[in-house]
Write a protein that binds this ligand. Structure first.
Ligand code: NAD
Ligand code: ZN
Length: 1590
């Protein structure tokens, strides 16, 4: 066989040393041996690559060596571990030792076979071994081929950073064998494509265009195995292979060109760092979870946005870059779920990223440098450009704010002239028309979207037209082909992604194609799309064309793409089309009809035609291109004459009318003038009427010509409220109108009443609700109506400033509130990126075209606060939750509670259905029958997913799983979003349903239905929620909230799993955990998680060693009710020291899969199990974490052996947490373990590791292990492993080892001798085995003694009580926001900040009050009214607590009103209302459901005859609902207030002062020790003592 391949050579540094081709191994062996003579050749590779290619190399070299006549050289190979961690000093030393051992000399040639890791490491070895030996690069990853192997940079990593030590060392050859890419995982391929796209973006537009359009073809090259050495010769090379090679070569060519000009990286070479300045910073945070290319991909988009923000790069280019990177499977924003699922993703704050960029090698001084693109294929400078931090920060921030300058009037003279993005519908039509026409047309204002992009690519592919850009992409020059179209090259499919309009229009366009004369042309045109496209219907259009004589075949499923369309031309004559589904079918035929062989008569049949305006739009545009369509009056019959379109010289695409409302509204609200080009009175879009119909009435001057609109606003603040306006013809514009109405005045009550917009409830979000909720943040009142809302305007300068607007990921909400933000200072638009859907450069246009300054804002990362709804959750985390399950399983109940816990909206699909069809379900079934009902139900499901796919909780009807279509929809949704199967015992369901009649009745016994549907529910859902409403008496809210938060990205992970902290778990070794549940508070004392040893579970009367899934699920559910700690789910086999049968791997993984479905937080997986099963499990883990563990039961493993390193590497790859368990025979073995862990932790991005040695000798390792140490408890039936210690034992040992120094805690105050605090804290220390003490320190004043105490090195913290809560403040360095607001400190905490110890003052009183209320009456939520009695320091804490609960009114009563008034002023944002008496409530307000008294018990009475104290009337308990009464008075236990409550309102919860003390004490304990306080024991000690002395 001929092994001389066809080679492409590229020259670098003056030598043609880069050889590219396919299947080069024999060729490269020969070339190396004959041109680089040596005594020994050493090939270094990693295990991954070795398994595929090592033997081929060995064979080729041995064959070639045999052919040599001279002295035969040696050929050696060295296989090392894969992965970045190998690229280190030890890794280098390891290879060097090998070379020395093999007595290699200066004439050695080293071959580096592998990815960039191998290339960098081996290159560096070659650079220094014997002061430098020759080496050859044989890259096997795409990244190595196009980037790391070219340029001569070699390096290793150190703990201080990546690539910090290395050398420039040029290889003799670089052999690029693209066939290696066939075994490369696709993610690694995409990783390399990022660099390829980057290179084209900075250097070569033609190359970029090819990458843009050919993603599918390029993937084909690596997905199709090239058997029989296909591709080695040009004659056997497929189209895709040639393309792949030319892409690689193109990229290498640019890099080697740049390297040749600038070998040592001075200026030009920096250009290849496009995307890397920001990309590297992202990588530093996310490594190793995200790959380099993935981070650079995101970095490129950010950096392109920086260029766009500088006014240098056009949005067209940014859009092309985004689409191109996406086509290669790369992430393009931090919102990508691959990013947000990374453990480190929370660290992606703007400041952190800027901080990392500060040390970039490219920087000059403090200025950051970024490669600025000027267009696709060119950069702004021939080097990186200095950019201000502020601009980078703005681009990186997730929220935006508009700088408002109300002082100037300069705006008043401003006249903005601009165009807004083109209409999507018109853009698509214009492209088809211009391409089919004769002559040249300049299209202006074309919308750049997926649709238009694939449309252009397809038309080019069909040789139907040619395209060129002018003005940096603003103008598209189309040279039409006058209707001539050709079949593409054989094997080439036209790929349309998910572009719906393109698919519909092109189907008819392709039927116009005539057979091609070219020899390599295919026999039919094939159009295809992505998997979603392959489900979208095209049937009616194909039916119509087939009936007309076209030959169209479905290549996969009936009614959908892909299609094969024979090149026969269109017949014409009468064409009948069913047009009730999509008007796009109609437009598709209309657009192509003039080119049919006979004039076309198009008859629309099959019911009402939908979206007539779009058909009119098509006809109007056809007229502009010279073809006049006539419609038979009063019918749906259209006549289209034959003809050829004629291109007008220029065609300006009309602006999108909805987008146009925003700049016009800005002119209206700011009193300026704005002229919009390309939209006027001739517009076919409904929203174009906004200016005339709405803005004129609001007092604006509107001038509209045929295609231009100019609006001048009245003076700022003078917009008029307009009573009622029907916005039915322009529903999308209602949000803009609301923003204006908020500041509009006049008429009755400044009211603007917007109606006719009910459909806006089911858009991207419920827009009516969204406007109501967000306007409220500005202090603007509204009223919801059935089909709209009323907005009550206010003078603009009385609106609340600084409102933070949540946008529900809806572009229109964001842009509408931007309008308001132009005159209300400090308005924040939270998710600024949601504008990308229709106007990606909205913020830049505000700045560069409208002249407003826009800033970036980083939102606080809300974690503990109740307002967790803000921020940008990742798409997956924000995906709506769908509930399915049997009727009567409790979906509605659970869904309602879940939506409250998640602050999301709840949709009941049944209600949705009834509203949509305007009839009840039973009635629908009665009228239309079951099949029609099921079909309509599936349609509704699709619609709901489409419209409410994020941010909702959706409950589906029980029968939704009955049809395969609906099941497919659900299964498809479950690939990225949560579908929860709500499970309930069938007996309970039967008894619950009883005589329910609202929903269609079953015609069969419900148990039969249950049997049939149950497997379907399981198959469609990816989560199970077990409904235990009737089993448990208690309140299910916690359980529901924990589960639903878990599946939506807020998992309940273990505290203290972080560097520098210690965390623990207790292993439950019970066959049945139920009897142990009541001991849970004891068992879990101090720990951070509980492990459920599933292998030990045995149902009481079950046989066999494998517990049933149902039993396991019930155990998990029960455990969750008993503890709020996260669960670790472990199935240990006998071989691994557990009791699950060996050889039952599949059963074990079924249970692990079940754990994922149940939303268990941690899943322990043994890495000795099949890697396929582990990877499959990990791929579905959602927000659970995998503990990848390895147990050495042989007892022979040594921690310094290679095997541990390789197991560690494997476990780090598979899991989120690594667990390695060995066995100690001597104390020494623990030191080796400690060494290993210390080294492993030094690596950047190291995963948390659990490392312990079994056996008594190993106890030392259990003491020192930091992450999730397993502990036992005296109450457990057996230790989970030999040598296990209890939590308290470990703490004592740590103290003795000097790892946990004893601290002293104090109470400051006077008098304090009766305080319960020492009892509280010392009891806690004792139980946890902590060596600390808590003492009283009673002093006369805050003087020297306290100062000395605070300064002592062993000072751990202090409680502060009366009278020092204010006096202590001057001694502290920093106060918490709560302490600041309350104006008092009750807790002192020494903390380390920036390396210094500082004293931090906090106030936990308010937390004690809040927790007392919340835990006693969880159902109270945000009380409508609350009462505070007293006006001292405690009252301040009470108000703060009530405010944080969201109380809508806080009545404040104090005898001295002046003191109370001061309090009202101290809390300007709280709804505090002074009241003068306690027996009547302000007329507009209800009676309180929460009462907090902060005055001494002796200052109150219930006896009206005693003068002096405040008389407590019965009216205090007027509220119709039950509530909570808290008396902060510490003694006596039963105060007059509590006694009154007991008799007058026995159902109210009563909280004594000592209970609040306990609550705030728990918080103190936790902040000081980082451990949960053992409440049950502490409270018992305190209450015993309290009542003994009371
Ligand atoms: N020197 C430079 O100029 C330069 C430039 C860019 C990156 N780098 C360095 O390159 C390294 C990253 O390189 P990489 O992305 O190639 O990673 P890599 O070398 O780690 O390879 C990625 C993975 O793919 C496996 N693999 C490689 N080829 C394979 C094949 N043909 N089939 C199946 N599996 C295969 C590897 O074993 C590894 O697990 C980093 O260390 C980076 O610092 C250097
Ligand atoms: Zn790179």
């Amino acid at each position: 066989m001929d092994t001389v391949p066809d080679i492409l050579k590229v020259s670098i540094l003056g030598r043609e040393s880069i050889h590219c081709g396919f299947h080069l191994i024999p060729y490269l062996a020969r070339t190396v041996l004959t041109t680089l003579p040596a005594s020994v050749y050493v090939l270094v590779t990693d295990t991954n690559v070795a398994q595929f290619y090592l033997s081929a190399f060995e064979e080729a070299f041995s064959a070639e060596i045999n052919k040599l006549s001279s002295v035969k050289p040696r050929f050696l190979s060295r296989v090392i571990l894969p992965g970045e961690t190998t690229k280190c000093r030890e890794g280098k030393a390891d290879i060097e030792d090998f070379l020395l051992l093999e007595r290699c000399t200066r004439d050695t040639v080293i071959l580096a076979l592998g990815g960039g890791v191998i290339g960098d490491l081996v290159g560096f070895v070659a650079a220094t071994f014997m002061r430098g030996v020759r080496f050859v690069q044989i890259p096997t990853t795409l990244l190595a081929m196009v980037d790391s192997s070219v340029g001569g940079k070699t390096a290793i990593d150190t703990p201080a950073g990546k690539n910090l030590i290395g050398a420039f060392w040029q290889p003799e050859y670089i052999f690029i064998d693209a066939a290696f890419l066939e075994s490369l995982p696709e993610r690694e391929f995409s990783n390399g494509m990022a660099e390829v796209v980057k290179t084209a973006a900075i250097w070569d537009e033609t190359e970029f265009t090819s990458l843009e359009t050919n993603a599918q073809l390029i993937y084909n090259a690596i997905r199709t195995p090239s058997t029989g050495y296909a591709g080695r010769h040009i004659s056997t090379r497929s189209t895709s292979q040639s393309l792949l090679l030319s892409v690689i070569r193109g990229s290498i060519y640019v890099k080697s060109h740049i390297v040749t000009i600038d070998e040592r990286e001075t200026g030009l070479r920096n250009l290849v760092n496009f995307g890397h300045t920001i990309g590297h910073a992202i990588e530093a945070v996310l490594t190793p979870h995200m790959l380099h290319g993935e981070c650079v991909s995101i970095g490129m988009i950010f950096e392109a946005e920086v260029a766009r923000g500088m006014g240098i790069l056009k949005q067209v280019a940014v859009g092309r870059l985004v689409r191109c990177l996406r086509a290669y499977g790369l992430p393009v924003s931090l919102a990508d779920q691959r990013v947000s699922r990374c453990p480190g993703a929370r660290g992606l704050g703007v400041d952190r990223l800027l901080d990392i960029m500060r040390v970039d090698k490219k920087n000059s001084g403090p200025q950051k440098k970024v490669v600025i693109l000027s267009r696709i294929g060119a950069t702004y400078e021939q080097k990186a450009t200095a950019v201000d931090d502020a601009l980078i920060a703005k681009v990186l921030s997730e929220a935006a704010t508009i700088k408002v300058d109300l002082s100037t009037t300069s705006l008043a003279t401003q006249h903005v002239k601009m165009a807004t993005p083109g209409s999507k519908s018109i853009s698509n039509r214009a492209l088809v028309l211009a391409a089919l026409a004769q002559g040249t047309c300049r299209l202006k204002n074309l919308l750049h979207s997926d649709d238009t992009q694939v449309m252009m690519a397809a038309l080019q592919e069909l040789k139907g037209a040619s395209f060129a850009w002018e003005d940096g992409g603003e103008t598209l020059v189309v040279t039409g082909g006058a209707g001539s179209l050709q079949v593409p090259t054989a094997g080439k499919e036209i790929y349309l992604g998910n572009a719906g309009t393109a698919a519909r229009f092109l189907t008819t366009v392709c039927s116009l194609v005539s057979p091609s004369a070219a020899t390599n042309a295919g026999s039919a045109t094939v159009i295809t799309g992505n998997s979603r496209m392959k489900q979208r219907p095209i049937g009616p259009l194909v039916d119509a064309l087939r009936a007309n004589g076209s030959e169209i075949t479905y290549n996969e499923s009936e009614g959908c793409l892909p299609l094969s369309i024979a090149p026969k031309g269109l017949q014409g004559g009468v064409i009948r089309l069913a047009a009730s589904v999509s008007s796009q079918y109609v437009s598709s035929i209309l657009l192509c009809a003039p080119y049919a062989r006979e004039a076309v008569t198009l008859e629309l049949v099959g019911g009402a035609v939908i979206s007539q305006p779009y058909i009119d739009m098509t006809i109007a545009m056809m007229r502009t291109f010279g073809v006049i369509v006539t419609r038979n009056p009063g019918t749906d019959v259209y006549r289209i004459p034959q003809g050829t379109y004629v291109n007008p010289a220029q065609y300006a695409i009309e602006s999108d009318a909805s987008s146009a409302t925003y700049p016009l509204a800005i002119a209206a609200i700011t009193g300026t003038t704005c002229t919009l080009e390309n939209i006027g009175s001739e517009s076919l879009q409904g929203d174009a009427r906004f200016a005339v119909d709405v803005l004129t009435r609001m007092g604006c001057k509107v001038v509209q010509t045929a295609n231009e609109t100019t609006v001048t606003g009245p003076k700022r603040g003078e917009l008029k409220a307009i009573g009622e306006v029907d916005m039915e013809p322009m529903t999308d514009a209602f949000l803009t109108a609301c923003a204006l109405a908020a500041v509009a005045q006049g008429g009755e009550g400044n009211t603007t009443r917007i109606v006719g917009i009910a459909n806006q409830r089911v858009k991207e979000c419920n827009r009516i609700k969204a406007m109501i909720d967000q306007l409220a943040k500005f202090g603007v009142q509204t009223k919801e109506l059935d089909d709209g809302l009323e907005v009550y305007g206010r003078p603009f300068d009385t609106l609340t400033r600084g409102a933070s607007v949540h946008c529900y990921d809806d572009h229109r909400v964001a842009m509408a509130f931007s309008v308001l933000g132009t005159i209300i200072p400090d308005t924040i638009i939270e998710e600024k990126r949601c504008v990308e859907k229709t106007w990606p450069n909205w913020w830049d246009d505000l700045e560069n075209k409208i002249g407003l300054k826009v800033g970036g804002i980083e939102l606080p990362r809300a974690e503990s606060s109740a307002a967790a709804t803000s921020g940008t959750p990742s798409p997956a985390a924000s995906a709506s939750v769908i509930l399915i399950g049997m009727r009567g399983s409790g979906k509605t109940h659970i869904g309602t509670l879940a939506s409250a816990a998640l602050s999301r909206r709840f949709i009941d699909a049944d209600a949705y259905f009834e509203a949509k069809h305007n009839m009840g379900l039973r009635e629908f079934v009665h009228v239309n029958g079951w099949p029609a009902f099921r079909a309509a139900e599936t349609e509704s499901l699709k619609e709901i997913i489409q419209e409410a796919g994020t941010g909702h909780v959706i409950s589906m009807g029980g029968g939704i799983v009955e049809t395969p279509q609906a099941r497919d929809v659900l299964k498809n949704y479950a690939k990225a979003g949560p579908v929860v199967h709500v499970m309930r015992d069938i007996e309970e369901i039967v008894s619950y349903l009883g005589d329910e009649t609202a929903r269609p009745a079953y015609g069969e016994p419900i148990t039969e239905v249950f049997k049939r549907r149950e497997p379907w529910f399981v198959e469609c859902a990816n989560y199970d929620f077990i409904n235990r409403i009737t089993v448990d008496d208690g309140d299910a809210t916690n359980d529901i909230s924990r589960f639903f938060k878990h599946i939506t990205g807020q998992p309940n992970l273990a505290e203290n799993v972080a560097a520098g902290k210690r965390s623990y778990f207790v292993a439950l070794t019970y066959p049945d955990v139920m009897p142990a549940l009541r001991h849970m508070p004891d068992l879990t004392t101090g720990v951070d998680a509980v492990e459920l040893r599933v292998d030990l579970l045995r149902a009481p009367d079950a046989l066999g060693a494998i517990p049933s899934p149902a039993y396991v699920a019930a155990q998990v559910a029960a455990l969750r009710r008993a503890t709020s700690l996260p669960i670790i789910f472990t199935v240990r086999t006998i071989g691994q020291g557990g009791s699950f049968p060996d050889n039952s791997e599949t059963d074990a993984f079924k249970l692990l899969g079940l754990a994922l479905r149940l939303g268990v937080e941690y899943i322990d997986v043994e890495i000795s199990a099949s890697e396929r099963l582990i990877t499959e499990l990990a791929a579905r883990k959602g927000f659970s974490q995998i503990i990848a563990s390895w147990h050495d039961w042989s007892g022979k493993m040594k921690w310094n052996e290679d095997v541990v390193r390789s197991k560690y590497a494997l476990a780090s790859r598979l899991g989120d947490i690594v667990k390695i368990v060995g066995k100690a025979d001597t104390l020494q073995d623990n030191f080796a373990l400690h060494d290993f862990v210390a080294k492993a932790n030094l690596q950047r991005g190291a995963k948390p590791i659990i490392a312990i040695n079994m056996g008594v000798e190993g106890q030392m390792s259990r003491i020192l292990n930091a992450t999730l140490s397993p502990v036992t408890h005296p109450l457990l039936p057996s230790k989970a492993a030999p040598g296990q210690l209890s939590f308290a034992q470990i703490q004592k040992a740590l103290n003795l080892l000097g790892q946990l120094p004893a601290r002293r805690y104090f109470l400051f105050g006077n008098p304090i001798s009766h305080s319960m605090s020492p009892t509280l804290h010392n009891a806690g220390f004792e139980v946890l085995g902590l060596p600390h003490t808590y003492e009283l320190l009673e002093t006369a004043n805050v003087g020297e003694e306290l100062k000395a105490t605070l300064a002592a090195p062993d000072f751990g913290g202090a409680s502060v009580t009366i009278p020092f809560k204010l006096d202590i403040i001057p001694l502290l360095d920093k106060l918490s926001p709560a302490a600041e607001a309350i104006g008092a400190v009750n807790t002192v905490i020494p903390v380390i900040e920036g390396g210094n110890r500082i004293l931090y003052g906090d106030n936990t009183d308010w937390l004690g009050i809040r927790e007392s209320i919340r835990s006693r009456a969880p159902s109270i939520g945000a009380p409508a009214a609350a009462l505070v009695i007293g006006a001292g320091g405690t009252a301040r804490a009470a108000i703060f607590a009530l405010q944080s609960l969201g109380a809508q009114r806080i009545y404040l009563f104090n005898r001295t009103t002046s003191k109370a008034q001061a309090l009202v002023e101290a809390f300007p944002d709280a709804p505090v209302k002074l009241i003068e008496t306690l027996d009547a409530w302000p007329s507009e307000g209800p009676a309180p459901t929460v009462i907090v008294s902060t005055v001494p018990a002796s200052a109150t009475t219930t006896d009206g005859t005693i003068p002096g104290p405040v008389l407590l009337p019965l009216a205090l308990f007027d509220a119709t609902a039950n509530g909570v009464v808290v008396d902060m008075a510490y003694k006596p236990a039963e105060t007059p207030l509590l006694m009154l409550a007991k008799s007058a309102a026995p159902k109210w919860a009563r909280v004594m002062g000592v209970e609040v003390l306990l609550e705030q004490g728990y918080v103190q304990f936790e902040t000081w020790t980082g451990r949960r306080c053992p409440k049950h024991i502490v409270s018992k000690s305190v209450l015993e003592k309290y009542f003994a002395t009371a």
